[in-house]
Design a protein around this ligand. Structure first.
Ligand code: ADP
Length: 272
């Protein structure tokens, strides 16, 4: 934005002076636009299951009133729609809490190997239902980073769940926790599924961005998982690196700074 304002000086009122101000509005406009898009997307995402619920309630009050078999099938669908709304609301709340904490650095000590092993334990039943085997490779020395254990559990859960769901055809998911001199502490989640076409990769962490909306819905996705991962990693000053080859699979790597110590610490951990 450029503004030109005429001014006069007391010393020489006859002289014409102008003050020109420059203000960069592009960033502010972009943020505004993103906020409006987000509210519109979130409302639409919540409206869809709600409309379905309302439709089924009407059908049960009318045409299906005396059809016991149809009613029990509809109740099943209604429960699924309500669960979808609940997942969306949970993810939206997670994002909003993370935004409020964006400027506070996390300060616990997190043993990456133990944390990832814990997440793998909780996800094993889901993986085996999908016919996926999870392989875990841990470092000899503990890799400990500064962070919030609950948030990092959420990061690894989202990545491992995605690898199992979207990479299901690959039958296995390989997870590596390592701490090397060159790369620092890092965790890689690799699948051998269909992979992701190059043009989608830079947009994966956008809110509600999905490569295929129908597949994501069928797999109970909200389109917010990787946006949550991005926010948590920003707070941890960690990076997400995505490598994917269509037809071969994907690798999502979380890169932290150097490990804070080689020793195992149980401070601030959820589990034992
Ligand atoms: P969703 O809730 O849809 O899973 P995410 O934010 O977790 O949302 O992921 C965004 C999209 O990225 C997914 O809808 C999917 O299309 C794609 N994606 C994520 N992980 C993988 C993966 N391991 N393999 C292939 N596609 C993936």
């Amino acid at each position: 934005e450029v503004r030109v304002a005429p001014v006069s000086t007391a010393a020489d009122p006859g002289k014409r002076l102008f003050v020109i101000t420059f203000r960069d509005l592009t960033e502010a406009r972009r943020m505004d636009r993103m906020r409006t898009d987000f509210v519109a997307n979130a409302s639409h995402e919540l409206r869809t299951p709600l409309a379905s619920l309302m439709g089924f309630i009407e059908t049960m009050q009318g045409p299906a009133r005396n059809d016991e078999a149809a009613r029990s099938r509809f109740f099943g669908i209604m429960l699924e729609q309500a669960q979808r709304m609940a997942r969306l609301i949970d993810d939206l709340l997670s994002l909003s809490r993370l935004e409020m904490r964006a400027h506070v650095a996390p300060e616990g000590e997190v043993d990456l190997g133990r944390t990832v092993a814990h997440v793998v334990d909780t996800l094993k039943p889901m993986a085996s239902d999908l016919g996926v085997e999870i392989e875990l490779e841990l470092p000899e020395q503990a890799a400990v980073v500064t962070g919030d254990v609950d948030e990092l559990i959420q990061v690894f859960s989202n990545l491992i769940e995605n690898a199992c769901k979207y990479g299901q055809t690959g039958k296995r998911v390989q997870i590596t926790v390592a701490d090397t001199e060159g790369e620092g502490a890092h965790v890689t989640v690799r699948d051998f599924g269909p992979g992701i076409a190059k043009e989608h990769v830079p947009r994966l962490t956008e809110r509600f961005y999905r490569v295929d909306v129908e597949t994501s819905r069928a797999k109970k996705g909200t389109g917010l998982g990787l946006a949550i991962v991005k926010h948590i990693l920003a707070r941890h000053r960690a990076r997400l690196v995505v490598r994917s080859t269509p037809g071969e699979g994907s690798a999502f790597t979380v890169k932290f700074g150097p490990s804070v110590s080689g020793k195992i610490s149980t401070k601030n951990q959820l589990y034992n």
